[in-house]
Design a protein around this ligand. Structure first.
Ligand code: HEC
Ligand code: HEC
Length: 200
């Protein structure tokens, strides 16, 4: 009986405890605020549907498989071998339990010009102020670090991300990036998106 009571107490206490995904923050930064040194973006505030999309794509190797070209993506592709889809709710709960994160500005650019460019080319999918559109599977860009917007856009453009038509969403983004000139002012867009961030 005492053993049973002990087990019940343990179960009760366990229900209130958030599962520990600190190992995500070892790469994704304190408070999941991103780590530029290893090119791992901020995850704080990630939309549940986009977490599902991204982990599924790494897992089925339609993202991060451009080995030799996309080292950051292939790193995360390896990590997904350790994460089950059933864990996603617990992962989100863990991120929510972290203190608010404050993204620092690292990219130089002209926010006013970025706002104009964003409205012309990006808003149709990523929403009027960058907060995403679930119906189109276009994620919130204001959750991300400015350097990640620049580096991932460059990978879509160069063909190091999104080249597999089986990943419908990433492929779409790859095609868009390819319609834009190589010297597209992505830094200005990143600078603008930082002004719309909820992580500030
Ligand atoms: C060994 C380092 C490492 C660990 C540990 C790690 N990640 Fe990552 N993760 C990365 C890198 C690097 C990227 C950037 C890859 C890219 O640009 O495609 C990334 C990208 C992601 C993305 C895509 C983000 C986006 O905006 O597209 C998600 C989601 C993600 N990681 C979730 C997690 C979760 C959840 C955990 C813990 C269970 C985790 N990661 C642990 C290195 C890591
Ligand atoms: C036709 C719709 C569409 C347009 C227009 C579009 N995007 Fe995207 N974008 C997407 C989709 C869908 C994804 C998700 C891709 C994936 O899951 O890998 C995405 C992903 C991204 C990502 C990666 C986010 C992450 O967390 O990894 C960045 C950065 C991005 N877009 C920037 C832009 C910018 C900047 C513009 C304007 C120049 C733009 N997008 C225009 C549909 C679009």
């Amino acid at each position: 009986m005492r053993v049973l009571a002990g087990a019940m107490l343990w179960l009760f206490a366990g229900a209130a405890v958030t599962a520990d995904y600190t190992y995500c923050t070892l790469c994704h930064g304190a408070n999941a605020g991103g780590n530029e040194g290893i090119a791992a973006p901020a995850l704080k505030g990630i939309e549940p549907w986009y977490l599902t999309d991204a982990l599924a794509a790494y897992r089925n190797a339609t993202r991060g498989k451009e080995y030799g070209q996309d080292t950051a993506g292939s790193e995360m592709h390896t990590v997904t071998r350790q994460i089950e889809p059933a864990e996603e709710a617990a992962i989100l709960k863990f991120f929510d339990s972290l203190p608010a994160t404050r993204l620092t500005t690292t990219v130089e650019g002209n926010a006013a010009n970025g706002k104009k460019l964003y409205a012309e080319t990006c808003a149709a999918c990523h929403g009027p102020r960058g907060h995403g559109n679930a119906d189109l599977h276009a994620p919130d860009l204001t959750r991300l670090n400015d350097w990640y917007i620049v580096s991932s856009f460059a990978r879509y453009q160069s063909g190091a991300r999104g080249t597999d038509p089986a990943n419908v969403w990433a492929y779409q983004m790859h095609l868009i990036a390819n319609t834009l000139p190589a010297d597209y002012a992505i830094r200005d867009v990143a600078r603008y998106l930082a002004t719309e961030s909820r992580n500030k």
